[in-house]
Design a protein around this ligand. Structure first.
Ligand SMILES: *Cc1c(COP(=O)(O)O)cnc(C)c1O
Length: 391
C-alpha cells in the first residue's frame, strides 16, 4: 500500500485547507458550542446571501439532504414524477424515491453533459411536479430554456448545484436561478467543510421559509422559540436532523472567505489543461479526443476538467497509461438509468443511448486547489505523449 502511494506523483484529489480554519474551529471548541445554528452557521448563511445574491439560505448537513428537503418542501409523493438527467450522482434520484415518487431520466446535451432542455420537455406528463437540473463540472445548464419550459408547464425547478458553488450563468450565481437550489461543501468539492451543504430559496417566501425551518429542525417549530415568538417548541410537521455542526461551519467560513484564492488556483490548472488539449489537437490532426468546453454565458468555478475519448477502450488505455506515470485520472458517473436501482425502476440500458455512451468515454484529470503548476504541466505533457503514441 505504502509503495503504491509513493508512486503517485499527481493524486486525483487532495483536500486544500487554510490556516485560518484552525483559529475558527478552536473558537467553536473554546466557546463550547459545537452543535448547530451558532455564530458560524449564521456567518456562512450571510456570506452566501451577500456574495452570491441569494434571497434565503439555510445551511444543511449535505447537498443530498438539501435535495431531500427540497422534495419534502414541494410535498412530492407517490404518483408524482420528477425529471432529472441520468448522468448524475444518485442523490437527486434518492430524494425522489424516498418519498415514493418516480425519477424520470432525461438525456444530456453532448456539449455540456447537462440535461437537454428538449428532452426535459419531451418527458413532461400530467404527473410531472418538478425538474432537478444538475450543473455538471460547475458549468451551467441552459437555464433560460429550462425556466421557460418549466414556467409554461407549471413545473418547479430545483438546481442540484453540488458542483456549482461560485459559478455563474449569465451573471447569476448557480443555485439561485431555479425555485430551489442545493449546494455541497463536501470534501471533494471546491469549498470544503467535510460533509455540509445548503438549500437556497430564490424568492422571499414566508410560507416556504417557515416550512424549511421546520423540516430542518426535526419537524419542530424550534426556530420560532429561538426568535422568542413561542415559549416552548413542539412537533408540528415532517422533518429530520439537517443542521450541521458549528465545527464544520467554522471550517466553511474560512474556505468561503478564501473563495477567490480557490477559484484563481483552479482556473490556472484548468487553463493549462485546456490550452494543452488545444495544442495536442492542433499538432495531431487525427486526434479524436474532445475536452470540456465552457459555453457562452457560463462562468465556471473550474470544478472538473474532463476529456472525452472516442471509445471506452481508449479511455481505459489512457487511464492505465497515466496511472503508470503516477497520475490518477478517474471516470465519473455511471448513468443512473442503467444502474441496478435504475433497472429496478424499469429502465433498460438502451433507453438513453447518448448518456450511456458518453458516460463510458469521460475521463477526469486531477484538479484540486493545491495542485501545483509543475504537476499540471506534468499531467498535460504526459497526456500529450500518450495521445501522440496512440495514433
Ligand atoms: C457531490 C454531489 C452530490 C452530493 O453532495 P453531498 O454534499 O456529498 O451530499 C450531489 N449531487 C452532485 C451532482 C454531486 O456532485
Amino acid at each position: 500500500m505504502q509503495k503504491f502511494e509513493d508512486s503517485i506523483k499527481v493524486p486525483f484529489h487532495r483536500e486544500y485547507h487554510f490556516d485560518m480554519e484552525n483559529g475558527y474551529i478552536y473558537d467553536v471548541i473554546k466557546n463550547r458550542n459545537t452543535s448547530a445554528d451558532g455564530y458560524y452557521t449564521d456567518l456562512a448563511e450571510k456570506f452566501l446571501k451577500n456574495k452570491f445574491g441569494y434571497s434565503e439560505v439555510f445551511m444543511t448537513t449535505s447537498c443530498t439532504h438539501a435535495l431531500e428537503m427540497a422534495v419534502l418542501l414541494l410535498d412530492i409523493k407517490q404518483g408524482d414524477e420528477v425529471i432529472m438527467p441520468s448522468f448524475n450522482f444518485p442523490s437527486a434520484a434518492n430524494a425522489v424515491v424516498l418519498r415514493g415518487a418516480m425519477p424520470v431520466f432525461a438525456e444530456i446535451n453532448p456539449l455540456t453533459m447537462n440535461i437537454s432542455p428538449q428532452d426535459f420537455k419531451r418527458n413532461i406528463t400530467k404527473k410531472t411536479k418538478a425538474v432537478i437540473v444538475m450543473h455538471y463540472a460547475g458549468i451551467a445548464c441552459d437555464m433560460d430554456k429550462i425556466m421557460e419550459i418549466a414556467s409554461e408547464k407549471g413545473i418547479y425547478v430545483i438546481e442540484d448545484a453540488a458542483q456549482g458553488a461560485d459559478a455563474k450563468y449569465k451573471g447569476r450565481y448557480l443555485g439561485g436561478i431555479g425555485d430551489i437550489g442545493c449546494l455541497s461543501f463536501h470534501g471533494t468539492k471546491n469549498h470544503i467543510a467535510g460533509e455540509a451543504g445548503a438549500i437556497i430559496l430564490k424568492n422571499k417566501n414566508d410560507e416556504w421559509k417557515n416550512k424549511i425551518e421546520i423540516i430542518r429542525q426535526k419537524g419542530t417549530n424550534r426556530n420560532d422559540m429561538l426568535r422568542g415568538s413561542i415559549s416552548k417548541y413542539e412537533w408540528v410537521d415532517k422533518g429530520s436532523s439537517y443542521c450541521p455542526s458549528e465545527l464544520l461551519m467554522a471550517m466553511l467560513c474560512a474556505q468561503l472567505e478564501n473563495k477567490d484564492v480557490i477559484r484563481k488556483k483552479r482556473k490556472e490548472i484548468f487553463e493549462i489543461y485546456s490550452k494543452g488539449m488545444e495544442s495536442i489537437k492542433n499538432k495531431n490532426e487525427y486526434c479524436n479526443i474532445d475536452y470540456i468546453m465552457i459555453p457562452e454565458g457560463s462562468d465556471s468555478n473550474y470544478h472538473i476538467f474532463y476529456i472525452l475519448t472516442k471509445t471506452e477502450h481508449d479511455r481505459e488505455l489512457i487511464q492505465k497509461k497515466l496511472e503508470s506515470k503516477g497520475i490518477q485520472a478517474f471516470f465519473h458517473f455511471s448513468s443512473l438509468h442503467s444502474s441496478p436501482m435504475g433497472k429496478k425502476l424499469g429502465y433498460k440500458n438502451e433507453d438513453l443511448s447518448l448518456t450511456e455512451s458518453m458516460s463510458k468515454r469521460l475521463l477526469r484529470l486531477p484538479l484540486y486547489t493545491g495542485l501545483s503548476i509543475e504537476q499540471a504541466n506534468y499531467v498535460i505533457n504526459t497526456l500529450e505523449e500518450i495521445i501522440t503514441e496512440m495514433r
